[in-house]
Design a protein around this ligand. Structure first.
Ligand code: LLP
Length: 428
């Protein structure tokens, strides 16, 4: 559920007409709804009711990679969320937005020594280790700083998440986590390291999951592991169950399992674990809380259907080009009839295609169009390819709206480069 509705013939974000934003900021522009973000946190939190451990509710550590905008992170920090970070940059953003360090989990397969040191100084809640080699390095860094790193191993349960191959992470051939079978040895090795305090286990099998079964399978394996680790004398206080729950992109398709169904599955799968649970949802919180608002530059005839050329491109929203992702495309002023069109951006690649032969609201030159479900993995994955500056972002709350990232002037791109003296002369 989101707060982007047609009212008086025009799409609004909560109480604000998208036209108001486009008139003031121009297009393309990302528009986020704070009420939708808050609602998704509340729905997820309610779905996890009854999973308290020692009187503490599970930690919802928002996966910052899904949308790292400072305003988004601030709204989430205000709601008591933690953060799942995968780089020093994300950690800095989370802390700057007011996420308490003890609610931060650091995931990622390639944490550098500098990132480890930064996170240790900040005293984050947990490092999710992805290899025994990483455990050794983190221990050395921690010992040097006279700190102790609270750690879990991310265990690869070798289950097929049934999602797009590029966002599937829980198969044994994927780069993520330690192999399930070597977990006992990894924990034994980590427990002997001076800079580490082993406190938990972690798992994350993929993103945009539309079936709970693989998650259930993975959690069953983790449950068994917790038991055997405890039997071997390890203290396992936390179980980080990752993120991954899918969101509806196509209203014509069956919706993914609800947060309530996910919560019920988790309650069953984790009964008797006696751990503080951690969750790392990203897309679920912000996916439907954003749209990419764009304008039709022109409509050009095509062999089968016309090309609707919009002023957003693959550099602004990479998901269709990268994963063949399907985003609903709606007219900001629906005229009541529909047509079949190819929706493309201006970038000089055939991959800069958002939709082919799509049945959609009829639009013409100058009309505004919204790409729906563009709150997650959208602005954050943008690039400046074709020297197209980064897209601005706006947040709406009720009748208020604000620019939360200004449009980047092309001069900023040019200024970031530097030209060596010797390149300015034609002779050697
Ligand atoms: N935790 C870990 C360790 C992750 O790697 C991810 C996502 C999450 C949590 C959050 O997953 P979510 O709840 O958002 O599904 N760019 C791709 C998605 C990449 C997901 C990467 N990891 C896309 O646009 O579909």
């Amino acid at each position: 559920m989101d707060h982007f509705d047609i009212r008086d013939g025009a799409m609004h974000a909560e109480g604000v007409p998208l036209d108001t934003i486009a008139d003031a900021v121009g297009t393309p522009v990302y528009v986020y709804s704070a009420a939708t973000i808050r609602r998704h946190v509340t729905v997820f939190r309610d779905a996890l009711a009854g999973l308290e451990h020692d009187g503490r509710a599970p930690l919802i550590a928002f996966a910052v990679k899904a949308n790292p905008n400072a305003a988004v992170l601030t709204v989430l920090a205000q709601m008591g969320c933690g953060a799942d970070v995968v780089s020093g940059g994300e950690l800095k953003r989370a802390l700057a937005a007011g996420v308490p360090a003890d609610r931060v989990v650091f995931s990622g397969v390639g944490k550098t020594v500098d990132e480890m040191a930064y996170a240790l100084e900040a005293d984050i809640g947990q490092f999710n280790l992805e290899s025994e080699e990483e455990a050794e390095t983190l221990s050395t860094v921690a010992a040097k700083l006279d700190r102790t790193a609270r750690v879990a191993f991310r265990v690869n349960p070798d289950v097929d998440a049934g999602t797009h191959a590029k966002i599937s992470t829980g198969r044994s051939e994927n780069k993520f986590g330690i192999p399930f079978d070597t977990a006992p040895q990894a924990y034994a090795r980590a427990a002997a390291l001076p800079g580490l305090a082993v406190q938990g286990v972690a798992v994350h099998i993929g993103s945009q999951l539309t079936d709970l079964h693989p998650l259930k399978q993975a959690f069953a394996r983790i449950g068994a592991l917790i038991q055997s680790l405890r039997a071997a004398g390890h203290v396992i206080e936390t179980a980080d169950l990752g993120g991954g729950l899918g969101v509806p992109y196509d209203p014509a398709k069956p919706a993914p399992p609800s947060p309530a169904a996910y919560g019920a599955m988790v309650r069953e799968a984790t009964a008797g674990w006696a751990c503080r649970l951690i969750f790392e949802p990203g897309r679920l919180i912000v996916g439907n809380a954003g749209v990419l608002l764009t304008s039709v530059i022109r409509v050009k005839p095509g062999v089968r259907s016309p090309f609707v050329i919009v002023d957003a491109a693959m550099n602004d929203l990479m998901r269709p080009a990268l994963y063949d992702a399907w985003h609903n495309i709606r007219a900001v002023h629906p005229k009541g009839d529909r047509f079949e069109a190819n929706v493309v951006g201006p970038v000089c690649e055939t991959g800069d295609t958002f939709a082919m032969q799509r049945g959609m609201d009829r639009v013409e030159e100058g009309d505004r169009v919204a790409f729906m479900t563009a709150g997650a993995y959208a602005a954050t994955m943008a690039s400046t390819y074709n020297s197209r500056p980064l897209t601005p972002e706006v947040m709406v709350s009720g009748n208020k709206w604000a620019i939360v990232r200004a449009r980047q002037p092309v001069e900023a791109l040019i200024a970031a480069d530097s030209v060596p003296e010797w390149a300015t002369s034609s002779s050697e």
